[in-house]
Design a binder for this molecule. Sequence first.
Ligand code: FA5
Ligand code: MG
Length: 378
Amino acid sequence: MVLPPPRSPPPLPQGHPNNNVTESIYERMGRNLHLTPNHPLNIIRTEIYKYFDDNHPGVFNKFDTYAPIVPITANFDEVLVPEDHVSRSSNDTYYVDDKSVLRCHTSAHQAQTLRTGETAFLVTGDVYRRDTIDATHYPVFHQMEGVRVFTKEEWEAAGYDDGTKFCDEELKKALEGLAKHLFGDVEMRWVDAYFPFTEPSAELEIFYGGDWLEVLGCGVMEKQILDANGRDSATHRAWAFGLGLERLAMVLFEIPDIRLFWSNDERFTSQFKDGDKLGATKFKPYSKFPPCYKDVAFWISEQFTENNLCEVVRGEGGDLVEEVKLIDEFTNGKTGKTSNCFRITYRSMERSLTDDEINAIQENVRSKIASDLGVELR
Ligand code: FA5
Ligand code: MG
């Protein structure tokens, strides 16, 4: 498969003091993996659409080209994220300037889409988060938002007088059905969760690779969001969910590392075909190259965060970085200073790495840590 050339990224105002979008993130914008023919994310998006269309013909409208730069109000305020919520911090979110962010979830489009009069819709797109680094977390990933609004007549006709209860049950049924459609018999469980925009809320986990993997968050939309966007909550209720497309595709195709979705290597891209029978394709690893471990220890300061460290490491090492993990922490009784030791795992999915290459990257990582993170290397 030949990937189409990347669309030119949307204009990104540079130089604003709030702008914390790094080069390596900027490069990912406009890649549109979820719309790339024969890409696993395109295949899973299409399968999910098919599930909803087969079960509810003509009900769901789809939006998958909304731009990822959104107003702060859409990303946070319109979905009731409190002023002091951690997700608003520049440690967690990429700010473009003082008015806009790279959306950190597709929920940023809930209110806007409701306002245009839609009652059942699926919104798919790339989302951006400053986050930790390991096999199931990546700073750019893809979500699909689902929303369905019901009227009082609908839940009463189904024999319910509690619209919230009706929505909650409809939601769980729809998502369990989706998991069955995608994976057949798979072990799954519901876990209680909290989101500012839903009540009650839950997360679905799937047993994969010997552990529980969180694949989605969901719940019954807060009435305030309905009321603010043209649906009187006295006569309307809605369910909403946000799926992690990479996580679902990892389970479906047995893809072991989230970095692979960005690979242009033929040995990866040639393995997936639009329209293949669901469940027939399993990723065949072309080989596992050896990892290279580098530890870095430093005295932390108050401003130090793991997300900032991950950004520095990703900036220097790119997709050669497989994991960044805290392996030791202690506080010196006399000075009161706290030391952290992180282990960085470098591994290419395509070739063997040379010592020289990794040593050079690690040297750059060390000097960036010392100059940018306000810590003292040990
Ligand atoms: C949300 O983003 C909510 N907006 C979901 C939601 C929508 C809840 C509507 C209620 C109603 P959360 O932060 O848990 O929730 O992310 C949702 C999913 O995105 C996760 O379950 C996971 O599958 C995926 N995900 C989260 N962070 C990452 C990451 N760094 N890399 C890859 N996938 C991720
Ligand atoms: Mg979650």
